[in-house]
Design a protein around this ligand. Structure first.
Ligand SMILES: [Mn+2]
Length: 272
């Protein structure tokens, strides 16, 4: 009955399967996946099909690469070679997979475990109610027949500041950026989308989102992915950075929430 939390899989299906074996994943366990199931790695199609087939045992959130795939599906943006998504785009079940993917949530909250998961994090200005409302509003839009309206206007870095009176597509774009792309913030909470490396390699005026004062009660643990350069380090005790860059030659990380034990699987093609 364990809760196994796994970082960004990015098409690393073989490592994912071996990690499940290593963590002794069984039919009574729940898998939490931080999103970015697809892109970069070699077997995105296999990952998507596995997650869709086993959905009853999986708590998933969407990542920026999952949204990017949806925007390719919607013909909003072209597929680039480095995305490595051709197998999905040419799959017989492309429509079915995309109509399932777009209906997945942006946040997972478990009140008994006191555990929250999003792909990138939680912007400092948001309390729990705002997080739920914002994630749900974007989820409702993506699940609806009007999802193309959002995908068509999804790209862009503005607005980069949260204001409670943001509306319409600007508000949804902020929500998508905050939940799936955020890494660093300015002291006032404004989001930065330029720096992607570790905090040590970044100007000190920018702070990782998780080091700014938060309105989320301390009793909650927060799990996120997205930021491979952290290598799982540097977060407060109850915040878990789970993307350890498997698709870049790093590792795929699994945290068993009950005893906080880590399981890791190296990228199979990495030399050391
Ligand atoms: Mn990401």
């Amino acid at each position: 009955m364990a809760n196994l939390l796994i970082g960004d899989i990015h098409g690393c299906y073989d490592e994912f399967m071996r990690l499940l074996e290593k963590a002794k994943f069984s039919s009574s366990d729940t898998l939490w996946l931080t999103g970015d199931l697809v892109a970069r790695g070699p077997k995105s199609l296999e990952v998507l099909r596995f997650v869709k087939y086993n959905a009853k045992q999986i708590r998933l959130v969407l990542g920026n690469h999952d949204l990017h795939l949806l925007s390719i599906y919607a013909n909003v943006t072209p597929s680039k070679k480095k995305d490595n998504l051709d197998d999905i785009i040419h799959a017989a079940d492309f429509d079915e997979l995309m109509n399932w993917l777009r209906k997945q949530p942006l946040v997972q909250i478990d009140e008994s475990l006191k555990l929250i998961m999003t792909h990138a994090g939680i912007p400092p200005q948001w309390d729990l109610e705002t997080l739920k409302k914002c994630a749900d509003d974007l989820h409702v839009m993506l699940s609806s027949g009007s999802y193309l309206l959002f995908l068509d206007k999804m790209y862009g870095n503005f607005p980069d500041e949260w204001l409670p009176n943001l509306q319409g597509l600007d508000r949804l774009r902020y929500i998508a950026n905050a939940l799936t792309r955020m890494r660093f913030c300015y002291e006032n909470g404004r989001l930065d989308f330029y720096y992607k490396k570790s905090p040590e390699q970044t100007p000190s005026k920018l702070k990782p989102w998780f080091l700014l004062p938060s309105k989320i009660p301390n009793e909650y643990s927060i799990a996120f992915g997205h930021w491979a350069a952290l290598k799982g380090k540097g977060t407060p005790e109850n915040i878990y950075a789970l993307d350890t860059g498997c698709c870049w030659g790093g590792k795929l990380t699994c945290l068993r929430f009950e005893d906080k034990k880590y399981f890791k699987k190296k990228n199979i093609e990495a030399k050391n």
